[in-house]
Design a protein around this ligand. Structure first.
Ligand code: PRX
Length: 630
């Protein structure tokens, strides 16, 4: 695959990808291992919607990510693992070692009765075995459903049940910063209500004593290392599901976004190589957890599909001190660092003294993902981490898009702070107004949609194609709607302004207001609640909950604590509201709809102009809420 080396080449590639998308993607796909080549590159219909890439072809993404690299790069490091504590030794897997480990895990899964098409839930900390488990699933054709290890009992349970996973792979516990999370204890609770689970494979990370259920639970070390180190991969149809990843929407329960095999593979390999200008032999450090899409696409699949070296970090940027990222960069000679604005803003708070003792000369490219990066954070990152020498790629994409859609190409695209800049080849964005009419010309502002498919896009929501259609293809006919708003400057550069729906982006974690409200409402003392986002210096957005409680509640302080606890227990600590205000009522229209616009203004502290409140059943409720705003 040819690397885009200058802006003209980008423009030519882009042009080609628009004029003849099939020829464009076919050429890129040639270099992969196919058991059988495709009959047709693309069939698509955004109405039904049905998207089909490389129809008739068969391949295996694990073989392409590992076996294909063995001959040339067998002794190259595939995964570097840096543990939470710098006192513990880092681990490395060469491509050969990774191949053996993945084959052993694949054989172990088969021995547990896991077959092609079965769902396997992976609830693991940031350890190589998490990646190995995912790759092993791909190898045997099982569908992995990774659940972020920060999720609590009910979230885990619901995700397992939604896709009826047969196996859960987890660990005894793990350390993250100063904290210890007893993962198996959480899993045990969830497993009380997950009838589809037959076995639980437990990786021993910390020697924490666990409750061991005979017959159901198996230690990783008792099963996996005993297996044969070779395995004949399953030949997968191009559109066979590869994984499910649950993400939040504005309403209802989390959606099981389904990604399929060949299109995802080609798109991850392509976008990784181009966006980061990845050069052979470089060390790539993506700080995202494998429980999120960034971890799937750019900690695991993208780098490995390019024969690259990927670094997995178990800990947090502030442990044992706020120089940890930079220590890791120096220790492992990281060339490309890919992180989230929230991490940058957190580190920014500590000042720049820490950089005096760091070298950082290995760094060549920096990346940002997950939320809009503000200009201040951009400059801080550029000057302190990149020493003004490293381009920053501000990459815009989503769980549903599989990979990066709008981003500068490192060393190629002229940068503009806080702008994701231009679409990658093969990506056709369009801005529309609220009625779906295209906003033409520049500068412009509107809702960000895509008018043409790209190989890495989600194909459905697990078990609910109708919801897939409703969520992404029904708002504006014949367009994929991202849920984001964007501006386009006079040069056609995109700046993502944030969600236009009720999804809130807290520290780069996508949280649906509906989910948090449901958790809060589950408390018996709560009558109703409404959750909105507000600007937060570090997290980007924080959560503000307005809660109506039962008339018999006298101790609201305890109630507020309890509500936080409930959210912790049901979703996970990252979704805990930053502010909770007990209110006597919510601003509702005559049709019973909560006017969130007003609540958002109150949460933002911008109460000078609340707009028209005359359509509310009881406008005086606004005054009352304002008086006790927190
Ligand atoms: O609002 C956008 C924001 O994150 C949302 C997608 O979240 P998720 O599916 O969890 O995936 C995160 C990792 C790709 C988007 O709808 N977002 C993501 N990247 C950016 C961004 N907002 C602004 N700039 C970005 N670079």
């Amino acid at each position: 695959m040819e690397q885009i080396k200058d802006f003209n080449t980008y423009k030519t590639a882009y042009q080609k990808s628009i004029e003849n998308p099939e020829a464009f993607w076919a050429e890129i796909s040639e270099e992969f291992l196919w058991y059988k080549k495709w009959d047709k590159v693309l069939n698509w219909n955004f109405e039904t919607p049905e998207i089909n890439w490389f129809d008739g072809g068969t391949t295996n993404i694990c073989t392409n990510a590992i076996d294909r690299n063995l001959e040339k790069f067998g002794d190259r490091t595939a995964i570097i693992w840096e543990p939470n504590s710098p006192d513990e030794a880092a681990k490395k897997f060469t491509y050969r070692e990774l191949h053996q480990a993945v084959c052993q895990c694949a054989n172990a899964l088969l021995s547990l009765g896991i077959a092609k098409g079965d769902r396997v839930c992976i609830y693991m900390p940031m350890v190589p075995e998490g990646a190995i488990a995912m790759l092993a699933c791909a190898r045997i054709g099982a569908i992995h459903s990774t659940v972020f290890a920060g999720f609590a009992v009910e979230s885990l349970r619901d995700r397992i049940n939604d896709s009826e996973c047969k196996l859960l792979i987890t660990a005894d516990a793990f350390h993250r910063g100063e904290k210890t999370v007893e993962l198996k204890t959480i899993a045990d609770e969830a497993l009380k209500q997950t009838p589809s689970i037959q076995h639980c494979l437990v990786f021993n990370r910390t020697n924490t004593p666990i409750n061991f259920v005979q017959g159901r639970d198996i230690w990783w070390h008792d099963l996996v290392p005993q297996q044969a180190t070779t395995h004949e991969p399953e030949q997968m149809e191009a559109e066979a599901p590869l994984f499910i990843l649950y993400t939040s929407g504005s309403t209802g329960k989390p959606k099981g976004v389904v990604h399929t095999t060949a299109g995802y593979m080609v798109f991850m390999a392509y976008t990784f190589k181009q966006v980061f200008n990845y050069r052979d032999g470089e060390v790539f450090f993506c700080t995202a957890d494998i429980g999120w899409i960034t971890g799937h696409s750019y900690t695991i699949y993208g780098p490995l599909l390019n024969g690259g070296t990927t670094l997995m970090f178990e800990g947090v940027p502030t442990y044992p001190d706020h120089g940890r990222f930079w220590d890791i960069v120096d220790k492992h000679k990281v060339n490309i660092l890919y992180t989230a604005p929230t991490a940058i803003r957190t580190l920014e708070m500590f000042g720049t003294d820490i950089f005096k003792a760091k070298n950082l000369s290995s760094l060549r490219v920096l990346g940002s993902v997950g939320e809009p990066i503000n200009e201040e954070a951009w400059h801080w990152y550029f000057e302190n981490a990149g020493k003004k020498n490293c381009p920053i790629v501000d990459t815009w994409w989503q769980t549903e898009t599989g990979g990066i859609l709008i981003s500068p190409i490192a060393t190629v695209t002229p940068l503009k702070p806080a702008f994701a800049t231009l679409p990658l080849p093969g990506v056709q964005p369009i801005l529309v107004d609220e009625n779906g009419k295209e906003v033409v010309g520049n500068p412009a502002e509107g809702r960000l949609c895509m008018k043409f498919p790209w190989p890495g896009m989600a194909r459905t929501l697990y078990g609910n194609h109708e919801r897939y259609k409703q969520t992404y293809f029904s708002t504006y006919p014949n367009l994929y709607f991202s849920g984001d708003g964007a501006k386009r400057d006079e040069n056609g550069y995109y700046r993502i302004t944030g969600r236009v729906d009720d999804v809130i982006n807290v520290s780069g974690h996508r949280i649906g207001t509906g989910e948090v409200e449901e958790a809060i409402n589950s408390n018996d003392l709560v009558v109703e609640s409404a959750v909105v986002g507000f600007p937060h210096d570090i997290k980007g957005q924080g959560l503000y909950a307005f809660v109506i409680c039962n008339s018999d509640v006298t101790d609201t302080e305890t109630l507020v604590k309890e509500i936080k606890h409930t959210v912790n227990e049901r979703i996970g600590a990252f979704a805990r509201p930053d502010k909770i205000q007990i209110v006597p009522g919510l601003p509702k229209t005559r049709s019973g709809k909560i006017m969130r616009r007003i609540l958002r203004k109150i949460a933002e502290g911008d109460t000078s102009n609340l707009g028209d409140i005359s359509t509310l059943i009881d406008p005086s409720v606004v005054e009352t809420i304002l008086k006790s705003a927190v």
